[in-house]
Write a protein that binds this ligand. Sequence first.
Ligand code: A3P
Length: 295
Amino acid sequence: METPKIECDPKIVYVTTKTGAKYAMPSHASQQCYDDAVGFPFDQDDVIIASYPKSGTTWTLNIVRLICGMEIKSGSIIESEFPFLESSERKRLDEHKATHKPAFYHTHIPCDHLKLNQKTKYIWVLRNPKDVCVSFYHHTKLFSNLYEYDHGTFDHYFKLFTSGKTDYGSYFSHVKKWSLHANNTNVLLLLYEDMKTDTRSAIKRIANFLGENYAARVSDPVTMETILEKCSFREMYQKMDQFSTVIKDGKCPVIRRGVVGDWRSLMTKEQAEIIDRMTVRHELQHYWEKYADIV
Ligand code: A3P
């Protein structure tokens, strides 16, 4: 008799939060880095780019870097200018803060763990859950060393995603928590779907949020055109080694297809309906009202 195949979950680790709860993170994370990240004293010179994974974080980092005129040093990746909170030691965060003004960081840790304050600037990137689910599935398979999930099927991953059992936990809970702060003056909400529809406006909004000097920079038409070109999917795809150290068979998990509605490539109608119902139950559907035909 044939032995039934048991699908293994992706490899993840659990850290303990300040309330004693267990929180799922990618296997490179450690309790020490998590504690350092959530305990780091951010202030008015700091800007945090925050998102649930696969929401367009790397794209946003690149736009911010271009607005600020930062270069990606040869042999390095964009992350060196935007330390990833949950995988950076305290020493690295302190050094970064001491040498950068403003100092940029990025994270996927939920905002209630971070203890938001009114001085720090937060750029929250949000993307529709169906595309996030499909993108996260590809990401989890491509990062083989981290997740050991090369043979995972989409049906299996879908169940994990909808039950909040992937790293970083439930998408819906993450987004719901950020939603409570979306109207704060020190929070800029960027919707991936808006960024795709009108990248120029997204660039202006980010620059205005960062401050007058940056707004002035992007008001120069030549600078704006350069930023638009360098943050385009095509250009970033060609330079994928500047954005991730993980490139497998020419594929890069953070620059893959870059379209709205890619969920249709893998998700069944029934699966899409499950996510739609969850979106409604969490009262999040209003974010994508404009995009009802594609999202
Ligand atoms: P897909 O996997 O759907 O293609 P993150 O950086 O948060 O991990 O998000 C990765 C997603 O953003 C990927 O989505 C990736 O292709 C997309 N992305 C990266 N750069 C982009 C760009 N310049 N334009 C549009 N989407 C982009």
